[in-house]
Write a protein that binds this ligand. Structure first.
Ligand code: SF4
Length: 330
């Protein structure tokens, strides 16, 4: 396995107290695979992405890249591993240095990692610009002289300039016009086909991720509650929260019992996480046991896991009168 995130936790110490952003998360990523990480704003998905590429430090757990735990390496020992992991940020304007031309921005990671001569770097950048669909003359422009779509292409080129094995894409199209979103998503898919890197694709948009990712990990209040292969997402998603996200996609005609009420329920505070299942205040299937204990992981089928008391040993364990989301959807 290319990457293994093993029981990773990230906590922020603030004046209000300790905020748990990522709580005991385990997830893997194979070479060339795309894993979608989905959840509402503030659920911890960006913190997980940033901890993975070591933009922030984690508190517990491991991040193994080709078997080596990079979560605790100091800056010097981390440098060669950094080359293998890059990030594409949501807002390309803030991700690019406003005082540097596109060429200079793309050149800096190559210089940092001592890749090629000056002439090699120039050639490499020209080829990269062509790959991401940016005309050569734009290399000498500053970020504010580019359109939003061009800036995000430059941002993607910056991330790919040192040939990473893993790219964390954090809401890479949500700041773009709808007309540009499909272009950038297609570009990311094409580049992956050409270069074979793995993507962790972070988004609040389950519909977009559902089309792009090989597997989808659903995150709620710092925890991954379900991992489901793409071909099982629409019909076999099992966790009530995943079903709620599917229900909230406008084009879906699926109606699920009383789940629309759940959308309006208040989220627990990440400063004071409740005992038991964190989704229970919003869950239409909540049972007494859900307040008592955190649900363990159940394996529903190959590659499909869920944390929910409705499921045990791979078969739905349904309380009387409770319909499985999968059954309702059948
Ligand atoms: Fe709902 Fe209970 Fe499952 Fe949590 S564990 S999602 S409250 S049924």
């Amino acid at each position: 396995m290319l990457l293994e995130i093993d029981h990773l936790s990230v906590r922020y110490r603030t004046r209000r107290g300790t905020l748990t952003a990522v709580d005991d998360v385990s997830l893997s990523l194979a070479r060339g695979e795309t894993v979608g990480l989905v959840g509402e704003s503030g659920c911890g998905k960006s913190s997980l992405g940033r901890a993975l590429v070591r933009l922030i430090d984690s508190d517990d757990g491991a991040v193994r890249l080709d078997g080596v735990d990079i979560a605790r390496l100091d800056a010097r020992r981390l440098l060669p591993w950094r080359r293998r992991m890059q990030m594409v940020f949501q807002d390309p304007l803030s991700a690019l240095d406003p005082r540097k031309t596109v060429r200079k921005t793309l050149s800096l990671p190559l210089e940092l990692h001592r890749i090629g001569t000056r002439a090699d770097r120039r050639q490499r950048i020209d080829a990269l610009l062509e790959q991401v669909g940016l005309a050569a003359h734009l290399a000498d422009r500053l970020p504010h002289e580019l359109s939003g779509g061009q800036r995000q292409r430059a941002n993607i080129a910056r991330a790919l300039s040192i040939d990473p094995d893993i790219v964390v894409c954090d809401e890479p199209v949500s700041a773009l016009d709808v007309s540009l979103q499909a272009q950038v998503l297609n570009l990311l898919a094409d580049l992956q086909g050409q270069r074979g890197m793995a993507y962790l694709f972070i988004s609040h948009d389950l519909a977009a991720v559902g089309h792009l990712a090989d597997r989808i990990a659903v995150m709620y209040l710092g925890q991954i509650v379900e991992i489901v292969p793409r071909d099982k997402l629409w019909r076999d998603a099992a966790h009530p929260y995943t079903r709620l996200l599917l229900e909230s996609i406008p084009s879906r005609s699926v109606r699920l019992s009383s789940q629309s009420d759940a959308a309006a329920a208040e989220l627990p505070s990440p400063y004071d996480l409740p005992q038991g299942c964190r989704f229970r205040q919003r869950c239409p299937h909540a049972m007494p046991v859900c307040a008592q204990s955190d649900p363990a992981q159940s394996v529903l089928s190959a590659g499909h896991t869920v944390h929910c008391h409705l499921y045990g040993n791979g078969a739905p364990v349904l309380a009387a009168g409770v319909e499985s989301a999968a059954i309702v959807n059948a």
